[in-house]
Design a protein around this ligand. Structure first.
Ligand code: BG6
Length: 299
């Protein structure tokens, strides 16, 4: 890719005082966003939101200092878009090809109240042989909240089935002081424990070991209480029946080349999507929207 040429054509989407487009880490095209409420950042690689921070608050999204920024690697942190599958697949990239694809920047806008929106489109040929026959658009809106909407339309003449997940990494002060609420009573697949099906009995989830849980039939809002930062984060969603809660803890952190050994103390993932038995199946011509709204309040 000729980054210079690419950047020249992208600059038409800049908005004075709101969106600047430049080469980011690894030379990958990056949108830097400013709103009256704070700042944000999006890479076209993976349609990846890598930053969102309200003025006067710590960053909402966590980024690994060890993240790679390369066309053939996913970014570690922020909000990876997992699509059209979630998890590992033999002979195919984990969490799908969308997070390894440079998305097309379709449009940008700023509203009268200062909110900034960015519309991205997954190139039709992305994914090679694994490509699905669908139109995939991602609308990210930043303001006082961070709103992400993944729109998929089945453009084929037969049903289209896929998994999807907005894999949000959150900054926390200390994982030992974090409580995740809103999942009590739900069935989950314990991905850190042989995928055993269990029922969540805790009102609040606390973290003492590797935690990797896929909650099924879980459309509920999830709350992250951060005792150290004294912040409450709300993960509200629509069109999402699965929630994943993940912290890799010690051994898994060490095994990941793009994740610092001690970084697990400062992050937690609460991911919103449609996974496994909750996968989406669209009739020909039908469309779906996965919408996640992230908001936060200091205590
Ligand atoms: C989580 C999964 O969503 O993503 C975990 O539940 C996985 O099992 C994690 O380890 C990170 O995946 P990756 O492919 O980004 O290393």
């Amino acid at each position: 890719m000729d980054t210079t040429l690419d950047l020249d054509s992208l600059k038409q989407h800049e908005i004075s005082g709101a969106i600047t487009i430049s080469a980011g880490q690894g030379g990958l095209p990056r949108l830097a966003i400013t709103t009256p409420a704070g700042t944000g950042e999006i890479y076209l690689h993976g349609a990846h939101v890598t930053g969102f921070q309200k003025t006067g608050e710590p960053p909402l999204l966590w980024m690994s200092a060890a993240s790679q920024f390369a066309a053939d690697k996913p970014i570690r942190g922020g909000v990876p878009v997992c699509f059209p599958w979630f998890g590992a697949r033999p002979d195919a990239p984990a969490h799908g090809y969308a997070r390894l694809t440079e998305w097309h920047l379709a449009a940008t806008s700023a509203s009268a109240d200062g909110r900034v929106s960015v519309r991205l489109r997954l190139p039709e040929k992305a994914g090679g042989p694994a490509a699905i026959p669908g139109k995939v658009e991602y609308l990210v809106t930043m303001g006082d909240t961070l709103t992400m909407e993944l729109h998929v339309t089945n453009t084929a003449e037969k049903p289209l089935a896929f998994e999807e997940c907005l894999h949000s990494y959150f900054t926390v002060g200390d994982i030992a002081t974090v409580a995740v609420r809103g999942l009590k009573g739900l069935t989950y697949s314990d991905r850190a424990g042989g995928n055993a099906l269990k029922v969540e009995s805790a009102k609040a989830i606390h973290f003492h070991a590797e935690t990797d849980r896929l909650y099924l039939d879980a459309p509920q809002t999830v709350i992250i209480e951060d005792g150290k930062l004294k912040r409450v984060i709300r993960v509200e969603k629509a069109g999402s029946d699965s929630t994943v809660v993940w912290n890799p803890w010690v051994a898994k952190s060490k095994a990941m080349p793009d994740f610092g050994d001690e970084e697990y103390h400062q992050m937690v993932c609460v991911e919103s999507g449609n996974i496994g038995q909750n996968q989406v199946t669209l009739a020909p011509g039908a469309a779906s929207t996965l919408k996640v709204v992230l908001s936060s309040q200091m205590g």
